[in-house]
Structures are given as C-alpha cells and as structure tokens.
Design a protein around this ligand. Structure first.
Ligand code: SAH
Length: 239
C-alpha cells in the first residue's frame, strides 16, 4: 500500500459504499446531494464555462456531480476509492448515455501521473471524511492547470454547524443517515484556506449552501457558517 492510499478512512469508504445502490434515488440516503447539485453545478459553470473543458471530480461517488458536468459539455474524469460506488456510477452513465471516465485511484496517486492536466478540479463533500485533508488539497492543486480552478466544499466547525448539520439534518429532519458526519472532522474556512495557500492556490470566492426547513429547499448564500464551497485559482506563476 502506498503512502497516498493510507490517506483514507476505510470505514468512511465502506459507509458510502453501503449507500451505493440508492445513490441515484432522489428521495434516498443521498437526497441532499441531489438537492444541492443544481446549485453547485451552476456556480461551477458560471465560473469555468464547463462546455469543452477538462474536469476532474475527486471523490465522485456514484457520479451525481460528474454526470451533470458532462451534460454541460465538459470532458469529465471521476475518481474515488469506493469500487462499488464507481460500479454504480458506470452503470448509471451507460443508462443515461452520458460520457464520464471513472477510475479507482487516490487523488495523490493520480496527481503523480496527471499533473497540470485539468481546467478545473472539484472535490465536494469529501474533505471531512479523510485523515489528512491538506494532502488531498495539495494533490488537487497539482492536477489543475495554471489559471485553472479548484472547487472544495465541506462543513464548517462551530456550534451552529453542529446543531444544523448533525442534530438537525441527521436526527431531527432525517435528511442524512445517522452517523454520516463526525463533528471533529469538520473544517473551518481558515483551515481550508491555509492548506490551499500552502498548495499554491488563491482563494477567489466562497459561498454557503443554506437549508430552509419551511420551504424544504436549499439556496446559495454568502453565509459560510455551515456547508460551504470555496473557489480557488492556481496562479500562472505557480510551479
Ligand atoms: N463528491 C460527491 C460524493 C460525496 S460523498 C458528491 O458531492 O456528490 C463522499 C465521497 O468521498 C464518497 O464517494 C467516498 O467514497 C469518497 N471518499 C472518501 N474518502 C476518499 C479518499 N480518500 N479518496 C477518494 N475518495 C474518497
């Protein structure tokens, strides 16, 4: 086993793999990902103009974001460490007729073969599930081309986030299976920004994704206190 492969928590991969068969059920365990996908897709498309671009989706799971970016005309590669998830992603892509190249590899290993290859790298809802998020961010930064974009999303670590994303989403509203998230692994925007800066990325935008329990819908906001997405650029002088 390589050093890179160790930057994964096997029980986390197993947890997501156990959801593989419901991945594409819009009312199933991954309902939240289905609901937020149009919002994050729109942010990515507005920022990078997906049509004709080379995109890497790190921790693609069953392919919800990967497929939607391919539908917008991007050439998409999706990588994950969950084999069952990639099988589901592959079956779904065959069914929907959308072209996505799925590969079972760690992002650190992939960065050794494909440095500076992608116009944009997305890594959504993964960083709070790994032992060393900084290593994932460093590999994402290596994979993106100069002047390319990296999108990272995760959960902020504060009492409000604990209340809404664990107590609210998992226990009160039942939006996510119980045990989906571990509060101690949540990431403050300042921590994310530091790892990104150390990897040579510049922060250009950050947005929150907010849930309205009355309307039962999500919207994009500038409040990054709970679930948030940061957009980074790799400057052209970066080596
Ligand atoms: N990014 C997708 C799926 C999020 S669920 C989306 O937002 O729609 C988290 C995913 O991260 C799962 O597919 C899980 O298998 C994957 N994952 C967890 N640790 C990983 C690691 N170290 N490397 C790659 N993928 C990982």
């Amino acid at each position: 086993m390589t050093q890179a492969r160790k930057n994964a928590t096997p029980s986390e991969i197993e947890k997501f793999s156990s959801m593989a068969s419901h991945w594409w059920d819009p009312e199933g365990d991954l309902k939240t990902l289905h609901q937020i996908n149009p919002l994050r897709l729109s942010l990515i498309d507005k920022t990078v103009s997906l049509n004709g671009k080379e995109i890497l989706d790190v921790g693609c799971g069953g392919g919800i974001l990967s497929e939607s970016m391919a539908v917008k005309g991007a050439t998409v590669t999706g990588i994950d460490l969950g084999k069952d998830l990639l099988d589901v992603a592959d079956l779904h892509r065959l069914d929907s007729g959308v072209s996505v190249n799925y590969q079972l590899t760690s992002v650190e290993d992939f960065a050794e073969q494909k440095a500076n290859s992608f116009d944009c790298v997305t890594c959504m809802e993964l960083l709070e599930h790994v032992p060393d998020p900084g290593s994932i961010i460093k590999a994402c930064a290596a994979l993106v081309k100069q002047d390319g974009y990296v999108f990272l999303s995760t959960l902020n670590r504060n009492p409000k986030s604990y209340l809404l994303s664990i107590i609210g989403a998992e226990y009160v509203l039942g939006m996510l299976p119980k045990g989906t998230h571990d509060y101690a692994s949540f990431i403050k925007p300042s921590e994310l920004a530091l790892w990104a800066r150390q990897a040579g990325l510049e922060l250009i935008d950050s947005r929150g994704i907010e849930y309205n329990p009355i309307k039962r819908s999500f919207s994009m906001t500038h409040d990054i206190s709970v679930n948030y997405i940061c957009v980074f650029k790799k400057p052209s002088q970066h080596r």
